[in-house]
Ligand binder design. Structure first.
Ligand code: DPP
Ligand code: ZN
Length: 874
């Protein structure tokens, strides 16, 4: 496969003004009539370039230029391109293609999912529908007529407004849609199916009424309310916080079961993976409720950050994704607890994005090259990209940031632009110089800050020395220092925040500052400090960096109970737990476990003053994945044993407190999805999980009765998970069987049922996983099922996946090879755990490498998997 470089970017040779599409949908295929109004791009210097349109898996039926059919010699069908050598300055091209949505297992372009037709065009799916300049900087106005059998497909949807509908012969009908906003073809969407409609309205800030509609399969009719409410909250929030009003008169959301991604922001017609939009108290956990709210918001926010202003090319993907993730995370913070949301975001970033940034697929937020763009929908583009925008927000402050975003939207509305244009707007609106800051977009790798300090009691001066370095990543060495906002505070011995005087005698010094690091080393002196302070570093995780500082356990315990920054309180607890667990890896079974950790947790569990949502987060031990990320030469089974030993020790020592906590948080009232209620359920289910870790009889009884009494999925799943992970084998099996029996007709719940087993070290050993793959509810064509079994096993059941005999690796390689032919995007994602082979102890890493080599040697490997495997082995 070919590598595509950012430095080769050229403006398109031809522009498309309008696209007129007519879809004839049948059971054995679809005929697509496309009429394009094209003209040469005056900004292109390729004055005599032939017209080249992208295509993929298309059967070409005819081509006409300005109404005259072209003869075979007048054009060339190269399969992946349709080339017309000589065309006038301005012309109409009509292309008819035949496609087979019913056989489309890649789920790119037009395909069928549970009997309905739907599309996924980002990034390069539109070329699987018709020949077209499939690049985001070609923006056109679309008109789409859909024709299908009326009984089977009563609902026919596309982008924009429905302008015409009517009956056709043979029981067929049609609807025509017109989208007044020019858009790139990746935002095109079409849906045809037998769907029920849920309606609502939203009044915008300027008083326009927007028609909101959700389309779902009839069995899901009762699972739309949460998404609809989330949509209205998002629309209001975007008006209030960013001054962005919705533009069309109608906004539609469709749920489909088979979907490669989470959701897609097609103009006026968002298409969602069912698992990211459908929810009811009975079937969705609190986590799912929160995820749905965030994803609905994310896709809605794209209407401005993505659709009105889009990307010039796919190297700029983070322009829309980083900014939109930042926006949705601000929104979620406003809807719930900002501290808890920050903890969740940082957990994901530090566990998974840092791992990506330290691995063979490391790439900058704005990559310089790729083979297959689908492989670049990554944590770096999304999550690190959002952190980069957050740092601009921190450096500018909220008011100047808002000025900058206003300028960005005003200046670039209707354009396809670059990350540089975004930064430029922020610079122009604020007057700040962000030249050095731009390195965040260009340099890959997670910066490391080595922090050391000393205290001069005679002078009352506390010195902080900060050294910055950025590790090498594939293709990048000797990196330049980046511009890093570093928020900090200092705590006095009594736990009080100290004024941070950078000059001696500075009056009214603040107790928190954002230091700006721009050099390889900095020395900061804080004056008027009367005794050695405890530093609270990188508050709110003000930059996506690793901080190394020799914290003592005393300091961490102190921060855990005194830091006014809730995020850093949590972080101190995590660091302490990491330190304790790390010291036990490979230690004898009877090694002593830090008694102060037990006391700290005892205090936490019984703390009814502190925000209970924060307590719930603080009680979660660092995950195995995070411990692996922090380790060199990781021995996963040893890490797993050490973490388990700590968990069991805590559970044993704190049994009385856990039971009291469980009882204190028994919910009397009706089910609610508020931050307080979510925290209560989370605390109760954590207590239960811990009790079952030590096979406690009382815990077992609580779990069994919670399972039968629960009126919501969070509690049901909490009890089921606790039993599945316990040693009570017969309860486990009975609970799983009854659960399945009750929910077998609900795919979203069956997915949870699969993953609770696949992720469990008790119920998810390799033979169990093999059995799940044979289960009648498993479906190789459905990405969610694959993720909930194969993905959960390799990504969450880490000790089983890293079985020393290498069987987990071979299993994953088999599944990747099997999927490579049918759905390469999903296959390439599944490879991820193997790509990290260099992280692990030699005997593991050799086996991982050989599994990768086996995938590499498969014949007819897709471009998607090829890129990931070759880069990982390089
Ligand atoms: N653009 C989508 C999203 O992230 C991904 N398909 O919302
Ligand atoms: Zn997005």
């Amino acid at each position: 496969p070919q590598t595509i470089y950012l430095s080769d970017y050229k403006v398109p040779a031809y522009l498309v003004d309008t696209v007129d599409l007519r879809f004839e949908l049948f059971e054995d295929g679809a005929r697509v009539h496309s009429t394009l109004e094209l003209r040469r791009n005056p900004d292109s210097d390729e004055v005599s370039a032939p017209l080249e349109l992208d295509g993929d898996s298309l059967t070409l039926e005819s081509v006409a230029l300005d109404g005259a059919q072209l003869a075979a010699g007048d054009y060339e069908d190269r399969g992946d391109q349709l080339v017309v050598r000589s065309v006038p300055e301005q012309f109409t091209l009509t292309v008819v293609t035949w496609i087979e949505p019913q056989n489309n297992t890649r789920l790119e372009g037009l395909y069928k999912s549970s009997g309905m037709f739907c599309t996924q065009c980002e990034a390069e799916g539109f070329r699987c529908i018709t020949f077209f300049p499939d690049r985001p900087d070609v923006m056109a106005r679309f008109r789409t007529r859909i024709e299908a059998n009326k009984d089977a497909y009563p609902v026919l949807l596309s982008n924009g407004n429905d302008v015409e509908r009517g009956e056709l012969e043979n029981g067929r009908h049609y609807v025509t849609w017109e989208d007044p906003f020019p858009k790139p073809c990746y935002l095109f969407a079409l849906v045809a199916g037998d769907l029920v409609e849920k309606r609502d309205t939203f009044s915008t800030c300027s008083g326009r009424d927007i028609d909101l509609r959700m389309y779902v399969e009839p069995r899901n009719a009762e699972k739309c309310d949460h998404a609809m409410d989330s949509l209205k909250r998002s629309m209001r929030w975007d008006e209030e916080v960013y001054g962005r009003e919705y533009d069309l008169d109608i906004f539609m959301i469709v749920a489909v079961d088979d979907f490669n991604m989470g959701a897609m922001e097609n103009k006026g017609l968002n298409i969602f993976n069912s698992s990211c939009v459908l929810a009811s108290q009975e079937t969705a956990t609190d986590l799912a409720f929160q995820r749905i709210e965030a994803i609905v918001a994310h896709e809605y926010f794209h209407n401005w950050s993505g659709n009105r202003v889009t990307c010039r090319d796919w190297f700029q993907l983070s322009l829309k994704e980083g900014f939109t993730v930042f926006r949705d995370s601000q929104f979620s913070a406003d809807m719930g607890s900002p501290t808890v949301k920050r903890i969740e975001d940082v957990t994901l970033l530090r566990t998974a994005q840092f791992a990506e940034d330290g691995g063979p697929m490391a790439h900058p937020v704005r990559p310089a090259s790729y083979m297959e763009i689908s492989n670049f929908y990554t944590l770096t583009i999304y999550e690190k990209g959002a952190e980069v925008v957050r740092m601009i927000h921190t450096l500018l402050g909220p008011d100047l940031f808002r000025k900058g975003s206003d300028l960005y939207f005003e200046r670039h509305d209707g354009q396809a632009v670059t990350t540089d244009d975004f930064v430029k707007a922020m610079e122009d609106a604020s007057g700040r110089d962000l030249r050095q800051f731009r390195l965040w977009y260009e340099q890959a790798g997670t910066p490391v800050l080595n922090v050391s300090d000393d205290y001069d009691a005679d002078k009352g001066v506390y010195r902080l020395n900060i050294e910055q370095s950025i590790p090498d990543t594939p293709g990048q060495t000797n990196k330049k220092p980046q511009h890093i906002p570093f928020a900090l505070g200092l705590l006095g011995q009594d736990g009080q925040p100290l004024p941070l005087q950078l000059g001696a005698g500075e009056a009214d010094a603040p107790t928190e500052r954002v230091l700006e690091l721009t050099e390889a080393t900095h020395l900061f002196e804080f004056h008027g400090i009367e005794s050695r302070p405890v530093p609270s570093l990188l508050r709110h995780f003000s930059a996506p960096v690793r901080v190394r500082y020799a914290w003592s356990r005393e300091q961490l315990l102190f921060l855990m109970s005194h830091d006014p920054d809730g995020f850093n309180r949590w972080d101190a607890g995590q660091r302490l737990a990491v330190d304790v667990i790390q010291s036990l890896v490979g230690a004898p079974d009877d090694a002593e476990i830090e008694p102060r950790l037990v006391e700290a947790y005892r205090k936490l569990i019984s703390d009814t003053e502190l925000d209970q949502a924060l307590v719930a987060k603080m009680l979660q031990l660092p995950s195995e994945a995070y411990l692996i990320e922090l380790a060199d030469n990781a021995d996963v089974p040893a890490i797993h044993r050490a973490r388990d030993a700590v968990l069991r020790h805590l559970a044993g020592a704190l049994k009385a407190e856990l039971i009291a906590c469980y009882q204190r948080h028994q919910d009397g009232g009706p089910y609610e999805v508020t931050p307080e209620a979510i925290a209560r359920r989370s605390l109760r289910n954590t207590a239960l999980a811990w009790l079952l870790m030590i096979d406690d009889q009382e815990g077992r009884e609580l779990a069994v009765s919670q399972l039968s009494a629960a009126d919501n999925m969070t509690d049901r799943m909490g009890a089921l998970r606790a039993l599945v992970n316990s040693g009570f084998e017969s309860d486990r099996q009975q609970a799983l069987d009854e659960f399945y029996d009750r929910f077998k007709d609900d795919p979203q719940v069956v997915e949870q049922w699969f993953s609770v087993q696949a992720a469990s070290d008790q119920a998810g050993q390799l033979p169990d996983i093999q059995r799940l793959l044979e289960h009648p509810a498993f479906d190789w064509k459905n990405p969610n099922k694959i993720r909930s079994v194969v993905g959960a096993f390799a990504g969450q059941n880490l000790a089983a996946f890293h079985n020393p005999d290498g069987s987990g690796y071979e299993f994953l390689a088999d599944q990747v090879c099997r999927l490579d032919d049918s759905n390469p995007q999903i296959a390439a994602r599944l490879v991820t755990p193997l790509t990290r082979w260099r992280k692990f102890a030699p005997s593991y890493s050799a086996r991982m490498k050989s599994a990768l080599e086996r995938i590499r040697d498969k014949s007819g490997l897709s471009r998607d998997v090829y890129e990931v495997v070759h880069k990982s082995l390089a």
